[in-house]
Ligand binder design. Structure first.
Ligand code: PLP
Length: 377
């Protein structure tokens, strides 16, 4: 088949599945025959394997990444009106759960070059009411966790990491110790949405923590606030990872490092082909975090982004704008608008363009996409 004619997709879940088809199919059939669809042994097994991979004491699986964030906030026992600092340039879920719980999301700016929460301007927003920060490791690279943990310590704040896009990335502290993203703050949250770097075949999520007391509380909250069946000590929710999804995730977890390598290979090829094009900026790499490239996101300067996206679309090349609108400009969040636009968030919403990025992306496709960008910018 002519490679250039093969359809290019943002994320190729079909090919990724086909490579593991026999193993996944036989596992799914085994689960069906066992029919322990809820809380089957596969759930505990997956929690254990993920805890082992991340080198964290506790992993608590739940129904999706948004639930993980909600449960994490519930576990902190915050009073209504408590202020939670969160980046304005993120997926809505991060701030949505804060508002849903009657807490106040305080939207702060991000760094222009790495898209993550700006730890400098952030300190201006800390008040007596501030209780937590929810950094998002956007697109696959960690926020400045060392700085954030310092700020948290000085101001007695909790840190909940939104690790939905960065599972598997390594963080290096200034004393050279390393930790996996999502295991540095008080609680880490992740999503197993199919297109995430570790995705299942439906919805799924998990929380991570090294704090035994928080872990016990999180487990209770995710299970209707009960430790013993039908005895409810606190108000909880019903948030579970299906047995089938856990079994699939255990298989895919064994391939996560290989998936991360494939994404990095693709990113490096994009980089080499796009780095010298004027008005195109390739993603910046940070010294303290490895990149797992959930997204490969360019900045397209001088107002050329939308036209470039249109040209790509005409050539059957998909691309996405994550995210087109700052959270404070969303109707649902208008009451949380601090009164001043956040300059980096504003700029990024007009410049970012995410290209196809997945584990099955072919060199020929990357070359083809890059050539079209080069000749149309
Ligand atoms: C995907 C995602 C979520 C939510 O995960 P779901 O499993 O879809 O609920 C939260 N935060 C970020 C940054 C995400 O990318």
């Amino acid at each position: 088949m002519n490679m250039a004619k093969e359809k290019i997709v943002m994320v190729d879940l079909v090919r990724q599945y086909e490579k593991l088809e026999d193993e996944i199919n036989s596992t799914v059939i085994r689960c069906l025959k066992e029919s322990a669809f809820i809380n089957g042994p596969e759930v505990k097994e997956f929690e254990k394997s993920l805890a082992n991979y991340l080198d964290v004491d506790h992993v608590i699986a739940c129904a999706n990444g948004t639930d993980a964030l909600q449960i994490a906030l519930m576990a902190l026992d915050l009073k209504p009106g408590a202020e939670i600092l969160v980046p304005a340039f993120t997926y809505v879920a991060t701030a949505e759960v804060i508002a849903l719980l009657g807490l106040t999301p305080v939207l702060v700016d991000v760094n222009i070059d790495d898209f993550n929460i700006d730890t400098e301007s952030l300190t201006r927003y800390i008040t007596k009411k501030t209780k937590a920060i929810v950094p998002v490791h956007l697109f696959g690279q960690s926020a400045n966790m060392e700085k954030l943990m310092l700020i948290a310590k000085e101001n007695n704040l909790f840190i909940i990491e939104d690790n939905a896009q960065a599972i598997g990335s390594d963080y290096t502290f200034s004393n050279c110790t390393k930790k996996k993203s999502g295991t540095i703050g008080h609680i880490g949250c992740t999503s197993f949405f199919p297109s995430k770097n570790l995705g299942c075949f439906g919805d799924g999520g998990a929380l991570m923590t090294n704090d035994d007391a928080l872990a016990a509380k999180i487990r209770m909250i995710a299970n209707h606030g009960q430790k013993k069946k039908y005895y409810h000590s606190i108000i909880g929710v019903n948030s579970r990872l299906d047995t089938l999804q856990a079994a699939i995730l255990s298989i895919k977890l064994r391939h996560l490092d290989e998936y991360i390598r494939a994404r990095n290979d693709a990113a490096e090829l994009y980089d080499s082909l796009l780095k010298d094009i004027s008005d195109v900026e390739i993603p910046k790499r940070l010294l303290y975090s490895t990149h797992v490239f959930h997204q490969y996101t360019l900045k397209i300067k001088k107002g050329k982004r939308d036209l470039l996206q249109k040209v790509l679309q005409e050539q059957d090349i998909p691309s996405m704008i994550y995210y087109p609108v700052p959270l404070y400009k969303q109707q649902a969040f208008s009451k949380y608008f601090g009164g001043a636009a956040l300059p980096n968030t504003e700029t990024l919403c007009t410049e970012v363009l995410s290209l196809p990025m997945h584990t099955e992306l072919k060199k020929e496709a990357i070359t083809h996409i890059s050539e079209i960008i080069k000749s149309n910018i």
